[in-house]
Design a protein around this ligand. Sequence first.
Ligand code: UD1
Ligand code: CA
Length: 488
Amino acid sequence: MKKGARRPAASPVAVLILAAGRGQRMKSGRVKLLHVLAGAPMVCHVARVAARLTPAALAAVVGNQADEVTAALSKQPGLIDAGLEFVTQERQLGTGHAVLQAEPLRARAGLKKAVLLILNGDVPLIRLSTLRALLKHHRRSGAAATVLTTRVDDPSGYGRVVRDEQGDLLSIVEDKDAGAAQKKIHEINAGLYCAEMSVVFDALRRTRRANAQGEHYLPDLFPILRKRGLRVEAYRHEEAEEVLGVNDRSELARASRILYRRRAEDLMASGVTILDPECTYIDPDVQVGQDTVIGPLARLEGATAIGAGCSIGALAHIAGSTLGDGVLVRDMCVITDSKVAGGAQIGPFAHLRPGTVLETGVHIGNFVEVKKSRVGRGSKANHLAYLGDADIGEGCNVGAGTITCNYDGVHKHPTRLEDGVFIGSDTQLVAPVTVGRGAYVGAGSTITKDVPAGALALSRVQQRTIEGWAERRRQERQERLERERGKA
Ligand code: UD1
Ligand code: CA
């Protein structure tokens, strides 16, 4: 390139995700692409990787359960912002027909010379780097269309890649249409393609349904373009595992494990200890700080962020929650949509339900359930309690067996414990109720009225003690037994 000359800008990319199919092999009432792995429906993994290319257009072809597929994709963070749009394929007449539905893209300003990157919706393991490599190969070779291929030990079910003696791509033959010799080919079509916007639609209009499935096959694009004297390319990707489609529940489980494994590897590389990476379920978006230790069978889901130096016990299930630094989550806790500040200690067997906020250094112990409540700095509820719709100040002690009676059968009511309150064990706080700053509630009380600051509230029945009662009872029983024996 001459000095000062500018590199021609790369042609824009428009992405099209094929998501209208049914997926018979899942044996499900739900379309295949909605089956969830590592926290998101299959098709969403593909769309999110595609969005990271910041394409000039991003579209999904929907048909079967179109409303559900559209909703699932729209809910994914960032996809609507990335410009995701939907194209409907009313009848599912094959992958070629699916692409044709997106023809209006071609007329759009700026897309006439675009590369159309076409992705099957069932390749959830696809990496951004692989899509970039495919695009690069396509542009460098000057091909009209490029297909990504890979070699597999068992090619059954896949389209086989047929090449000529020079190794050039001739065609792709579907498994159901393949003859004995073609069935022996181990190079398969991964269902990821690049095609020039300017030629792809005209070529696809020429596909015929004279095949085993009676469908318009997208891969028929390649021989059609060749016949027109245009160059077509097969770009081989070495790592088959990453580009394989998920067609049944066994492949779903395998792909799921791979996604979890990937996140675990990334986290370990960034300084997180994972006791057993094969038995840990961490969604791709979960963040974990340095020197945190994650126990076996932990499930960390959704937009969860865990600080540094935390300990997450075995079987902990944390979803949509934020934990500060140095938080100790003992074994078998469930934490959902909650915020936990640094230094808190939780569990074992604690349940933090949505809307829980624990401030610094709070202790929530075994068999304590907290819902939509704030627990202030340094407060403790260590055993067997239910705290719902409560606002608990700093330095409070909530005794074992305390229950906020927040529900009257119709409405939920708040409980307020001001700073430094002491609630004796086995207390019921019948909401709405407030216990003032520094007040005490005696064990076993049912508190129905507000307790002023600094007071002691007690509502239990006065204790009665009957001296010698047990001895008298023993004697009575003895006498009765002797009388009965005498009669016999
Ligand atoms: C397809 C390829 C095959 C390749 C394999 C890779 C065709 C004809 N065959 O086969 O060569 O080896 O993928 O996994 O393309 N879809 C629609 N509308 C339709 C039909 C399908 O949107 O009318 C979507 C599906 O939702 C899916 C994708 O297209 O996301 C591929 O369809 P699928 O039925 O899985 O194709 P395969 O038989 O696996
Ligand atoms: Ca498939």
